[in-house]
Write a protein that binds this ligand. Structure first.
Ligand code: GAP
Length: 495
């Protein structure tokens, strides 16, 4: 498993302002999370890079931003009203609710008759070593009987308009995908696309998960980055049905994207769904699994949804959802390949993979080796002496200048060594230090050498660079050039 433990990461996220528990001052909600000042930057960066790479840079993709509340028939057509359910059991005593398929695996509370009713916590699936009993009652309170399993729909129900009646029931979307399917014809007509092409969307989704947990891995409100890629099922590519060809292409493109932005290849693997595991709409599904601290778990899924959704929406809406193939002179219901990733799970995986504890000159340094494109702050401007007004003024001026192009912060609240460590811990790739030599002694009429020290996070190497050259230097460094290549042209500074 990933060596970083979830507890260590949760603590870092709270301490440094990446993720907070929602409504914490009221005791928290347990299943919803708020992204703090650094978290929101990281999250936006993940979404921006994904959108740029998969939508803006591809000629065969367009974007969409559909509303969260949709016509309730959408969820009937998609199968969510009938199939998006988990079997649940309830405790008659404490009223807690459990997933029927997970209750046997849970640790359980037992009041043992053989030890005068003493209370024990017994591991899931094991028997009491004193009386040999196995769990039959509620695992949490140990007293109540459990009801027979009942199907529980995971969609959040709400009401549209002022009257709370059955006719106005609607749902918070449990996936963004359906917003794309119902707009298929609008996009086709307005963009004159030909198959194959894809529509992408990033947005919130809501599921009333029975067992949310593992920090932001499974929550009730989360965000998805989804693509519905429409292909002509009557075509072949390289001798294979087009849908199968594109499915494999998307699996590889998604895996490459995650490793390009920092996940170690060894921490990502594919999981082919068995027939019994497949969703009701899928011909084939492959998940990208990440080696999370709790074990290999789903990072994203890439499904072949066939023509299920478009046909269902055509049937229930009475509108034709086809593409006209001019060459064959026929209407085609496209097949759909769906790469679907969770923003929150991506963020969690990127943080876990980037986290390192290193020893530097006998001290522990925590560093987030985040890809520079994902790092929440790109540059930190740090004054060596905050008592010197010229240094502070020069630092503020530099921050203002650099912040026009890159997220740049100024910090003078500690000694320089401490300031570096703080930036390492949140993954800031470059620090700019202004010192006495930079500004000189104004009382003596000096103007300084107008050079600053640039420190790189991972190697901790430092170079001395004229202030005038900072924009072009960061253009290169934050535009993808390697540190070694750029730093070689400048004199080293002592660390
Ligand atoms: N449209 C297909 C779909 O929604 P899914 O496998 O249910 O498929 C896709 O969800 C992705 O959304 C998952 O791989 C995961 O990254 C994310 N996701 C799903 N449920 C989630 C939850 N409760 N909390 C956080 N992320 C979730």
């Amino acid at each position: 498993m990933t060596s970083t433990s979830m507890d260590v990461l949760v603590s870092l996220c709270k301490r440094r302002g990446f993720v907070f528990q929602s409504s914490e001052i009221y005791g928290g909600t347990g299943s919803c999370w708020d992204y703090g000042p650094l978290g929101v930057e990281l999250r936006n960066n993940i979404k921006r890079v994904w959108w740029r790479d998969f939508v803006q840079q591809r000629a065969d993709m367009v974007g969409l931003d559909a509303s969260i509340l949709m016509h309730p028939t959408v969820w009937k057509a998609s199968g969510h009203v009938d199939h998006f359910t988990d079997p649940m059991v309830d405790c008659r005593e404490c009223k807690r609710r459990f997933r029927a398929d997970q209750v046997d695996e849970m640790a359980w509370i037992h009041y043992c008759e053989a030890t005068k009713g003493n209370k024990f916590t017994i591991a899931g699936g094991e028997a009491c070593k004193h009386c040999g009993a196995r769990r039959t009652l509620c695992p949490e309170c140990g007293r109540g009987e459990l009801t027979a399993p009942r199907l529980f729909n995971l969609m959040f129900k709400t009401f549209m308009g002022p009257v709370e009646e059955d006719a106005s029931v609607t749902y918070l979307r449990p996936e963004t995908a359906q917003g794309i399917f119902v707009n298929f014809d609008n996009v086709l007509q307005s963009t004159r696309r030909k198959l194959p092409f894809g529509i992408a969307q990033i947005g919130k989704a809501f599921r009333n998960e029975i067992t949310p947990g593992n920090f932001i891995f499974r929550s009730r409100e989360f965000e998805q980055m989804e693509i519905e890629f429409f292909v002509n099922p009557h075509e072949t590519v390289e001798g294979r049905p087009a849908d199968e060809h594109w499915h494999d292409r998307w699996i590889e493109d998604c895996r490459a994207w995650f490793t390009r932005y920092g996940l170690q290849p060894d921490n990502v693997r594919l999981h082919e769904h068995e027939r019994a595991e497949l969703a009701h709409y899928a011909k084939r599904t492959v998940d990208l699994l990440y080696r999370f601290p709790m074990g290999w778990s789903e990072l994203m899924g890439i499904a072949n949804r066939t023509d299920f959704d478009l046909k269902q929406h055509a049937k229930l809406s009475g509108k034709s959802l086809t593409w006209f193939d001019e060459e064959r002179k026929e209407h085609v219901v496209p097949f759909v390949i769906e790469p679907s990733a969770g923003v929150d799970r991506a963020l969690l995986a990127f943080l876990l993979d980037a986290y390192r504890e290193e020893e530097v000159r006998g001290d522990k340094r925590v560093v987030l080796r985040l890809h520079p494109e994902l790092a929440p702050v790109k540059i930190a401007v740090l004054p060596l002496l905050k008592k010197r007004a010229e240094i502070v003024a020069s630092g503020h001026a530099l921050r203002t200048r650099l912040a026009r192009r890159w997220v740049t912060i100024y910090d003078d609240t500690a000694a320089i060594g401490r300031l570096y460590r703080r930036q390492d811990e949140v993954g800031t790739p470059y620090c700019v230090t202004v010192d006495v030599k930079t500004v000189g002694d104004q009382e003596k009429g000096e103007v300084g050498d107008q050079r600053v020290t640039i420190r790189e996070r991972d190697s901790m190497e430092q170079i001395r660079v004229p202030i005038d050259e900072l924009d072009s230097l960061f253009d290169r460094l934050l535009g993808g050039s390697a540190w070694a290549e750029v730093a070689g042209a400048h004199p080293r500074a002592e660390s």
